[in-house]
Design a binder for this molecule. Structure first.
Ligand code: TYD
Length: 221
């Protein structure tokens, strides 16, 4: 068990392969004796999942960028206060599929909301709370989009997740903005971020992630 909780987020655009790596990391941490909570954004608590539905389901309505940003942060506040912080207080490792960096990348870099507004709202909602470690799985846009199309095409039975509209089925230039946005955020916060070349093999990526987590968990005592 870790003496203190530890919070890891995964970020990246379409087809970066977050899901596989998150599962592998959870299994690896559990096999080495850590208690792990796996969660996601938007969502993670029943209340925040309702906000997720508003945002990502086809019948959710059309929101402008700032309204979206506010909804993401409303869901995030509930998620952080009622799930993430309590789990960390119990010494658990929390792994979250996307967190606040996605808001800056999608709503600001992608949809043009000012980063100043983002920073102000982030301070109001999160204060200085942030992941201990963030993995950015970086993949060239054309390859990521092809990969995510393959995943979607191979699906025959639709689960809830698949019924959700692919929220960002937007054009390639949007995904380029998103990728550059994530890389810009990562370059600004080099201590927190580990950028991973997601063109490597699954096993190579897993090894990078495990090594980084190992190093940071040792420092977290
Ligand atoms: P999801 O199906 O979970 O996408 P992915 O598998 O790519 O993680 O849907 C979440 C969508 O919401 C995704 O397109 C990214 C977007 N998003 C934002 O626009 N802002 C945010 O703050 C977050 C957390 C997600």
């Amino acid at each position: 068990m870790t003496a203190k909780g530890f919070f890891i987020s995964f970020e990246g655009g379409e087809g970066a392969g977050k899901t596989t790596q998150i599962k592998r990391l959870k299994d690896w941490l559990e096999s080495s004796g850590h208690a792990v909570i796996l969660t996601r954004e938007p969502g993670g608590t029943p209340e925040a999942e309702k906000i997720r539905d508003l945002l990502v389901k086809r019948d959710g309505g059309n929101w402008d960028g700032l309204t979206e940003l506010l909804l993401f942060f409303a869901a995030r506040r509930h998620h952080v206060e009622t799930l993430i912080k309590p789990a960390m207080a119990e010494g658990k490792v929390v792994i979250c599929d996307r967190f606040a960096d996605s808001t800056e990348a999608y709503q600001c870099f992608g949809h043009g909301v000012s980063t100043d507004i983002y920073a102000q709202i982030k301070t109001i909602v999160l204060g200085d709370f942030a992941p201990n470690l963030t993995f950015l799985l970086d993949v060239p846009v054309n390859i990521g989009l092809k990969r995510s199309k393959r995943v979607n095409d191979s699906t025959t039975v639709l689960s809830d997740a698949e019924v959700e509209d692919r929220f960002e089925r937007l054009d390639v230039s949007f995904h380029e903005k998103l990728r550059q946005g994530f890389l810009t955020i990562a370059a600004r916060e080099t201590n927190r971020f580990k950028v991973i070349d997601a063109l490597q093999s699954l096993d190579e990526i897993t090894t990078c992630i495990e090594n980084a987590v190992n190093d940071r968990l040792q420092d977290n005592v």
